[in-house]
Design a protein around this ligand. Structure first.
Ligand code: THU
Length: 147
């Protein structure tokens, strides 16, 4: 499992170099691991209308779903911070945890495959390892709508 953590962390950090974050200057990369061994990663994409900005996790989920993925999500890594020379986030001191909206977006993809992914939130001094269900207890999901 620590091998997967290291691989996903590296993918998240590499993705953070692609962040479009001219407003916050906070580069974030998210990497999603699937049960077939594949990894989908993405960075945050901001907008001049600030509230329309998209977090790295949301872009990664949209990218995976646009590739046709439905479920199979086993783990997630998120790394963020101000960019280094090469654009990669220098991990912020505190672990970067997915925002509330991203927790909900991740839950939709995870729920399709009935998994409860491990989420690694990378910080400079600490990596928080936590299940999505702990980040988003009592989640609102498809069952609430579709019965
Ligand atoms: N951000 C993410 O991409 N993921 C997170 O988990 C936290 C916040 C982005 C949103 C915005 O572009 C920037 O970080 C600063 O909030």
């Amino acid at each position: 499992m620590s091998e997967l953590r290291d691989r996903l962390t590296a993918a998240a950090r590499a993705a953070s170099a692609k962040a479009y974050a001219p407003y916050s200057h906070f580069h974030v990369g998210a990497a999603l691991a699937f049960d077939d061994g594949s990894v989908v990663s993405a960075a945050n994409v901001e907008n001049a209308s600030y509230g329309l900005s998209l977090c790295a996790e949301t872009v990664a989920v949209a990218s995976a779903m646009a590739q046709g993925r439905r479920g199979g999500l086993v783990a997630v890594a998120v790394a963020g911070g101000p960019p280094a020379e090469n654009g990669e986030a220098r991990p912020a001191k505190a672990p970067v945890t997915p925002c509330g909206r991203c927790r909900q977006v991740l839950n939709e993809l995870a729920g399709m495959g009935g998994t409860d992914p491990l989420v690694w939130c990378i910080g400079a001094d600490e990596v928080l390892e936590i299940r999505l269900s702990e980040l988003l207890p009592h989640a609102f999901g498809p069952d609430n709508v579709l019965g």
